[in-house]
Design a protein around this ligand. Structure first.
Ligand code: SAH
Length: 507
């Protein structure tokens, strides 16, 4: 008999990935089966290991939820099959998350389980609107309530008249559908009609929206503002503080949708800068980089490594894939030999140094021509064996330049760049449907990639037409050549300059 696997009932927090606990993350990364629903941030599924089975049990396209018993059956069945199962829930599993029922079922079936708490929506809403749930001056108690009357009548209906004065601060989950009635009952139950109320929708996410009103006006205010579920309604004096202590929604790029068109491997830095300022970032992976398969020439080069006097790396990708190939063949770093190393660009050199090899030459300007000229100025390469490690594009200028100095050049392509297929990409689908406020371009090749994919990026009629921002003159020229108008160009040609240009453009 197979030893049953363990089931982890795990809280995923309210949405911001930074609020997932370290323990939850480790479990998601190692589980065999992940069972999740719509309130858990879908990006979490990307943390799973290869081969992990993903089971979505949230609302279906026809709006029917999977019955609770069926979800429990899935957990039981997978555990019996010896799988380690993570049942991921938005917020905390024991706060309106039916985690209690699932734990009871597992206990009844004698299956091993553990619980991992999460940041519940009310706590996320409070922190991300600057609303202190307790405060020495006006709140010494907090109460979590549900405004939802369970259609199956399993949850007892709350008497809001009684609950009205049960605590100084009331946090109402699932209350949006019944807000007029709930507010009226709270007033009837003895809460002043001028009591402040905050409503926070999609708390902690880039699409968070919130408002502050009073008990007798909140239902109208929510309707006017068009706020809906999922939202937490927070009643009590604390709610007024959201107006002065709110920090999340006041960040410079909050609420803006910005497209990053760099290659997926390199998008992270810009995305991090924009996200920190509150923007919602869509990464469009235009180009896919893969290791080039080994061929006869690869074997030849690695057999003769000691015969080269120079090796030239043209990109960080080249360094990475070269050493992947090298490490598969050799156990000893000394097999790299005594060749000297030149690099195009500082980030390429940094990638070499990360392998604990010192770089002998980096030209001032990061171009192939500069490298060839600079190297030839300081060295004679006559009859020297030079290895150029590259991708499948843009190496001719370098080879020609070196050959004018009578070097004997071998080229080893270690990776390939190809256009990615954006038809199936979720970020591209999101872009087609909703558009964005800004499109960013950080290189001419990203512009070309974007133009080549134009057909897969056609926006819907109702989508927001983005403005286009460029990192510098070369990129701008490439944009103009492809008919993309340049709405702004960075004054300093780096990522910080690009971010500044965006702020200025949208400001
Ligand atoms: N277990 C969850 C609650 C699930 S009940 C928790 O601990 O947070 C679903 C309700 O939670 C929603 O109707 C809404 O009231 C609230 N909720 C969940 N995520 C939210 C979010 N990001 N912003 C605001 N409310 C949220």
């Amino acid at each position: 008999m197979i030893e049953p696997g363990k089931v982890y009932l795990v809280g995923a927090g309210p949405g911001d990935l930074g609020l997932v606990t370290v323990k939850a993350k480790a479990l998601i990364e190692t589980c065999d089966v992940l069972v999740y629903d719509y309130l858990a941030n879908p990006a979490l599924t990307a943390w799973t290991k290869r081969g992990c089975e993903l089971i979505y049990v949230g609302k279906q396209p026809n709006h029917h939820a999977i019955p609770q018993e069926e979800i429990e059956n899935i957990l039981v069945e997978k555990a019996h099959a010896g799988k380690s199962v993570v049942r991921l829930k938005g917020g905390d599993p024991f706060i309106f998350g039916r985690g209690g029922e699932e734990a009871e079922r597992l206990a009844k079936d004698g299956l091993p389980f553990e619980l991992v708490p999460g940041v519940t929506a009310a706590l996320g809403s409070a922190a991300y609107t600057g609303l202190p749930l307790t405060h020495r001056d006006y709140s010494s108690s907090v109460c979590f309530l549900t405004g939802h009357e369970n259609p199956e009548k399993h949850t007892p209906r709350i008497d809001f008249k009684k609950a009205a004065t049960a605590a100084d601060t009331l946090c109402i989950y699932m209350g949006m559908g019944q807000l007029p009635r709930i507010a009226a009952e709270l007033i009837e139950g003895g809460r002043d009609k001028a009591t402040p109320v905050a409503v926070v929708q999609w708390a902690t996410l880039p699409r968070q929206r919130s408002l502050v009103s009073t008990l007798n006006e909140v239902a109208q205010a929510v309707e006017t503002a068009g706020l809906g579920a999922p939202a937490v309604v927070i009643v009590g004096e604390a709610a007024t503080r959201a107006e002065t202590l709110g920090w999340f929604e006041s960040r410079q790029l909050f609420g803006k949708r910005i497209v990053v068109t760099r290659n997926r491997e390199r998008a992270g830095e810009l995305t991090a800068k924009l996200t920190a300022l509150g923007a919602e970032v869509l990464e469009l992976p235009l180009i896919k980089v893969d290791e080039a398969p080994d061929g006869d020439e690869t074997d030849g080069v690695f057999r003769e490594l000691h015969a080269y006097q120079w090796v030239i790396f043209t990109s960080a990708n080249g360094v990475r894939y070269f050493f992947d190939k090298f490490n598969r063949r050799f156990k000893d770093l000394r097999d790299f030999g005594g060749m000297r190393i030149a690099c195009v660009g500082k980030s390429t050199a940094a990638a070499v140094e990360a392998q604990r090899l010192m770089v002998d030459f980096v030209p001032e300007k990061a171009t192939a021509e500069e490298l060839a000229e600079g190297l030839l100025r300081s060295e004679s390469l006559e009859h020297q064996n030079v290895l150029v490690v590259s991708g499948n594009r843009n190496r001719d200028a370098l080879v020609k330049g070196l050959e004018t100095g009578l070097a004997i050049v071998d080229v080893l392509p270690v990776y390939r760049t190809e256009l990615s297929d954006l038809r199936e990409d979720p970020a591209a689908a999101d872009f087609r449907e909703h558009g964005a406020d800004v499109l960013t371009f950080t290189s001419a090749s990203a512009v070309e990639g974007f133009a080549a994919q134009a057909r897969n990026l056609q926006m819907a009629e109702s989508a927001t037409r983005p403005k286009a921002v460029s990192i510098g003159p070369q990129t701008s020229a490439a944009m103009k050549a492809k008919g993309i108008p340049v709405d702004a160009e960075a004054a300093t040609h780096n990522l910080d300059g690009l971010v500044e240009a965006i702020i200025k453009l949208l400001g």
